[in-house]
Design a protein. Structure first.
Length: 577
């Protein structure tokens, strides 16, 4: 038996696949939902779930909410009500000691484990845990580590929108359909386009933002209210969330703060249209990701059979309106926004344990992976949206004679230049000295079923293998992920220009010295007129190099290359004669 777990930013759930159905399990109080909250008390075991949530105002520094946002992070941005004991590794300071985000998540997972064991009356040792599709390698590893700390064997890390698609598709195993899963929760947004084909679930593309969700709406509303109520935005976050939720049902709501700051009371009426106008700019950002996912999958909205909504924030009428406008159809709200992901994880548990046999899941990798090559270019080995598990390799050689090592910089991202992407790791592979271009080093990237990267570097001559674990992974924040995606679109043109220039420059740097040597070797075999023509073309290349613009350099290099082709064959003849 393999449990399915939705380890959410706000709430977490656990279920198992039983007698042909996914079943979510309740705790001793009858609740299937466990708030993802842990509250620490000196010399006592921590509180988890609702009891922890109740301490959030009483002991804010000891009550950790939304720890999912910190998973796999080292660089911290933003305000937190608790203190950090250290940044590398990231540890949160509490009165019961210092804890890593993995440890705190493990407390939540341990509670789910023991609730499930209570409900079932037997041990639950294996689990599938979901993560946002846009979680990077490090965040997935951290989630797996949390599961292991809680005593689980983590059988699979599963993308949340894919899990939601499984939940939707379970009763449609005979269908062929293309669906979009629009998942807007408290902290993250994911869009995935998925093809269902008689029990085969194939993710066609995915896009998203690990820092876009209901929390951002709460913050925008709290800022707005703080101007009217003379309180700090932080003090108004809970009120803002409550008001936002009521406005999903009502057209207006009354905000009452009976004992705000001393004895004075405050109240005001907030309308749904006021809330909407604050939320539109934030929610519009989901559109860009949807369009990108459509483009990556080569689909138009008309090609889709359904748009499924999941995540608590899709209860908002405004979200439903934006989705309707974008996809040209009313979304399918048949899935329980809070439970679909856990149900999907539970179904995946059923597939893996063999309890469910007519289902296959093909997931994709959300970001491109590659290495830096000459001239600082990103050389993509596995493009984003490749179906996982996958493997890709490439052969590299030495740029300098008798080089004894090769520096390999592993990159993740969508930009053309290496420096604009994130470096996952850098390592130096030693190899036997050889003349320029003679050493051969094969680099293979493998992404496993959990979306976790493994690298193999092989020196071909000696068959020596180096296995590389990406230890530090990405030292970037959620904001940086967001920025990366936005910038890759924004700078697409410049990036292309830069790549063209760099490629042309590398070619020019090879061509110019080779030309000098060829002219010298050929001597009188080249006519004066031909020599002048070639030297003029070479001069044009040097000038374009100085100018620094891509297209003229590319053209100049192409002209020089063409004009020098006959020299190359004459040189060859000379050598052979
Ligand atoms: P999730 O991460 O999927 O659990 O979603 C949590 C987010 O959904 C939080 O930001 C909640 O404020 C938001 N949410 C839950 N219920 C509603 C509702 N009725 N209207 C608007 N937002 C909601």
């Amino acid at each position: 038996m393999i449990a399915g777990i939705d380890l959410g930013t706000t709430n977490s759930l656990i279920g198992i696949f039983d007698a042909g159905f996914p079943v979510l399990l309740a705790d001793a109080t009858g609740s299937r939902l466990t708030p993802s909250a842990v509250s620490f008390i000196q010399n006592e075991p921590p509180l988890v779930g609702f009891p922890a949530l109740h301490r959030r105002n009483l002991a804010p520094a000891d009550t950790i909410l939304s720890v999912k946002r910190l998973m796999g992070m080292r660089e911290i941005q933003g305000q937190f009500p608790f203190r950090f004991a250290s940044h590398s590794p990231l540890k949160i300071q509490t009165s019961a000691g210092d804890f890593t985000p993995e440890q705190i998540s493990a407390f939540i997972l341990s509670k789910l484990k023991s609730d499930a064991e209570q409900a079932l009356g037997m041990p639950v040792e294996r689990a599938v845990i979901t993560v946002p599709a846009y979680f990077n390698d490090n965040q997935r590893n951290a989630t797996k580590a949390a599961g292991e700390l809680a005593g689980f064997v983590v059988e699979r890390i599963l993308s949340e929108p894919t899990a939601a698609a499984l939940a939707y598709g379970l009763n449609r195993l005979q269908d062929r359909a293309k669906i979009a899963v629009y998942d807007l929760g408290g902290g993250t947004f994911d869009i995935s386009l998925i093809q269902l084909n008689q029990g085969i679930f194939e993710v066609l593309s995915t896009s998203g933002d690990t820092h876009l969700g209901g929390d951002d709406l709460d913050r925008a509303l709290a800022n707005f209210l703080s101007q009217k109520l003379d309180l700090t935005p932080n003090a108004l976050l809970e009120t803002a969330e409550q008001a936002k939720k009521s406005l999903s049902e009502e057209m207006q709501t009354e905000i009452l703060l009976p004992f705000a700051e001393g004895a004075s009371s405050a109240s005001l009426i907030l309308t749904r249209s006021e809330l909407d106008s604050l939320c539109v700019p934030i929610l519009e950002r989901t559109k860009t990701h949807c369009l990108r996912a459509l483009q990556d999958a080569g689909l138009t909205p008309a090609d889709l059979d359904e748009v499924i909504l999941v995540g608590g924030s899709t209860r908002m009428p405004l979200v439903r309106q934006i989705v309707t406008d974008l996809f040209g159809r009313a979304p399918n709200t048949s899935q329980h926004p809070d439970e679909a992901i856990a149900l999907g994880a539970t179904i995946q548990g059923g597939i893996l344990s063999g309890a469910l046999q007519n289902l296959t899941l093909l997931d994709v990798t959300p970001l491109s992976l590659g290495i830096e090559t000459f001239g600082g270019l990103m050389n993509v080995l596995i493009p984003r949206n490749t179906t996982i598990p996958c493997k890709a390799g490439e052969m590299f050689t030495n740029a300098v004679a008798n080089q004894t090592s090769l520096r390999i910089s592993v990159l993740q991202g969508e930009r053309e230049m290496a420096e604009d992407n994130w470096q996952l790791g850098e390592f130096v592979v030693p190899f036997s000295p050889a003349p320029k271009g003679q050493a051969r080093v094969g680099v293979q990237f493998e992404i496993d079923v959990n979306g976790i990267l493994k690298i193999l570097v092989r020196e071909i001559a000696t068959h020596k293998d180096h296995h590389i674990e990406i230890q530090s992974a990405i030292d970037v924040s959620d904001e940086a992920v967001e920025k990366m995606i936005a910038e890759s679109v924004e700078h697409a043109l410049e990036d292309m220009q830069e790549r063209i220039f760099t490629e042309a420059r590398l070619k020019a740097e090879e061509l110019l010295p080779a030309l000098e040597v060829a002219l010298l070797q050929l001597g009188d075999a080249v006519s004066a007129a031909e020599k002048t023509h070639i030297q003029n073309l070479a001069q044009a290349v040097r000038e374009s190099l100085q100018m620094g613009t891509a297209q003229p350099l590319k053209k100049a290099v192409a002209h020089l290359d063409e004009a020098t082709q006959p020299l190359a064959s004459r040189l060859l003849e000379k050598v052979l004669s």
